[in-house]
Design a protein around this ligand. Structure first.
Ligand code: AMP
Length: 213
């Protein structure tokens, strides 16, 4: 099963992907997480993408396509995958189709989590992440038990550089410019399932599993 999770930054893709992993037993492949890991390791790739990510812009298609191809080829994704944050451009969607069809596989569903621009700003500016285990919190909607501290690790939570207010606008613009056309790409194939992203994490998860069927 190949599922694609789409939606603007802060729609809850990462949070919902982790729940879907637990439900369906297939891995989450997040290009954003892969790129952040590359940065943390200080690899040449990480150094190359750092400035682009901090500006809230998209890194080049060939970089993320190569990252996804490597994972889809691995044994971990032999039963399927939940793609989170990929494809983000029509060129990436075309590359994904080509790599899947060469292996006799195909996308099963494109789940589009819908959230208004105002909610995107509210959600991203309040998001805090554990630098150790990557658990995501929100200062208002999903706070940790003790303010500013991860429930699991006890580590001090951090705000992603690209969640700073001026960067959120750039990411939203990139989403509307580059990613919305990806939905148009999948529409004629009947794969797009719109899911209301407003409500509790449980509410949205219930809608997603109902859409997957
Ligand atoms: P995310 O965690 O999915 O919001 O991704 C964080 C940042 O990583 C984005 O703002 C982009 O700079 C970069 N990125 C992640 N996935 C992609 C992708 N599929 N195409 C291009 N850039 C990406």
């Amino acid at each position: 099963m190949i599922l694609i999770l789409m939606g603007p930054p802060g729609a809850g893709k990462g949070t919902q992907a982790k729940r879907l992993v637990a439900r369906y037993g297939i891995p989450q492949l997040s290009t954003g997480d892969m790129l952040r890991a590359a940065r943390k390791s200080g690899s040449p790739l990480g150094q190359k993408v750092a400035a682009i990510m901090d500006a809230g812009e998209l890194v080049s298609d060939d970089i993320v396509i190569a990252l996804i191809e490597e994972k889809l080829d691995g044994s971990e994704a032999s039963e399927g995958a939940i793609l989170d944050g990929f494809p983000r451009t029509t060129a990436q969607a075309e590359a994904l189709d080509a790599m899947l069809s060469s292996k006799g596989r195909a996308v099963d569903a494109v789940l589009s989590i819908e959230v208004s621009d105002d909610d995107v700003v509210r959600r991203n500016s309040g998001r805090r992440t554990c630098p150790t285990c990557s658990t995501s919190y929100h200062v208002e909607f999903n706070p940790p038990r003790a303010a500013g501290v991860c429930d699991n690790e006890g580590a001090a939570l951090v705000q992603r550089e690209d969640d700073k207010p001026e960067k959120i606008q750039a990411r939203l613009a990139a989403y509307h410019r580059d990613t919305a056309p990806v939905l148009a790409y999948y529409q004629p194939q009947g794969l797009v399932k719109p899911v209301d992203g407003v409500g509790s994490i449980d509410d949205v998860f219930g809608r997603l599993t109902a859409a997957i069927g």
